[in-house]
Design a binder for this molecule. Structure first.
Ligand code: NAI
Length: 253
């Protein structure tokens, strides 16, 4: 198992990529502090991971609030005694509109949820890891939207480019102390977020999204989870500061 006995906090796990990844992390032997907007929303995820037999807890966390993030990290240490890994994944797509019509309040909401959350998470998590003998690894969820743009979702694209940048800088500053920081950049993955974007009718149909990835299909949440588990494990010890693209060839076509 890649993560036997490692204590990991993960956000945005009620659905989608977070849920699929929580399953893989549990299968690989991790203990998990599962975080999302409500404990009730995580019931399904909790039921799915429980058969793997680790220690699992759920915590209500709104990642757009700094004090929630600080409390989340403190809670992980209180429950497990250490923090070996973090998967900072919660995110929203935000409004869909051309840039000049994009509502300022939506821009702020996207930045709070997708970017400031990562800023606060990195600060709190690195702080704890730096104080431990065995440091730890952090994986942030960026997107192919950290590499290419997409008309109609400019706040989202800006937030994900910034997540990739923060990942690089955190890696530069803390690598020498043993804290590893990377990001994953999912392509088009079948999740409730994608469903709501398709339903908006402003960013392409399901057939368009399917055609975008040269492998000819959408990705699955577990396929992202496999990469996250490896990045959080000691087996990826030379991977540092990278934004790893998992997109079925989307960004090379
Ligand atoms: P999703 O909408 O299925 O899941 C997002 C989860 O985050 C939900 O459980 C939601 O309750 C939670 N969440 C939202 N706001 C939160 C907040 N303020 N505090 C705590 N939890 C919150 O979305 P999906 O697709 O699984 O997205 C997960 C991450 O993957 C996001 O960062 C997203 O930007 C990224 N991503 C998704 C892609 C896709 O094709 N689905 C592609 C590239 C990146």
């Amino acid at each position: 198992m890649l993560l036997k006995g490692k204590n990991i906090v993960a956000t945005g796990v009620a659905t989608g990529i977070g849920q699929g990844t929580a399953l893989v992390l549990a299968r690989e032997g991790a203990n998990l502090l599962l975080c999302d907007l409500s404990v009730e929303a995580m019931a399904e995820t909790l039921a799915l991971v429980q058969p793997y037999g680790g220690h699992y807890h759920c915590l209500q966390v709104d990642v757009s609030k700094k004090e929630n993030i600080e409390n989340m990290v403190a809670k992980a240490v209180e429950l497990f005694g250490s923090l070996d890994g973090a998967f900072n994944n919660a995110g929203i797509s935000g409004a869909t509109a051309p840039l000049d019509e994009y509502p300022d309040e939506d821009f702020e909401r996207v930045m709070d949820t997708n970017l400031r959350s990562i800023w606060w998470s990195l600060k709190s998590q690195i702080n704890v890891m730096m104080g431990q003998e065995t440091k730890g690894a952090i994986v942030n969820t960026a997107s192919v939207g950290a590499i290419v743009g997409k008309p109609g979702i400019s706040a989202y694209i800006a937030s994900k480019h910034a997540v990739s940048g923060l990942t690089k800088n955190a890696a530069l500053e803390y690598g020498k102390f043993g804290v590893r920081v990377n990001a994953v950049c999912p392509g088009v993955i079948r999740t409730p977020m994608l469903d709501s974007l398709i339903k908006s009718g402003k960013v392409g149909s399901e057939a368009d999204w399917n055609a975008i990835q040269p492998i000819g299909r959408l990705g699955t949440t577990e396929e992202i989870g496999e990469a996250v588990a490896w990045l959080l494990s000691d087996r990826s010890s030379l991977i540092h500061g990278q934004s790893i693209v998992l997109d079925g060839g989307f960004t090379v076509s």
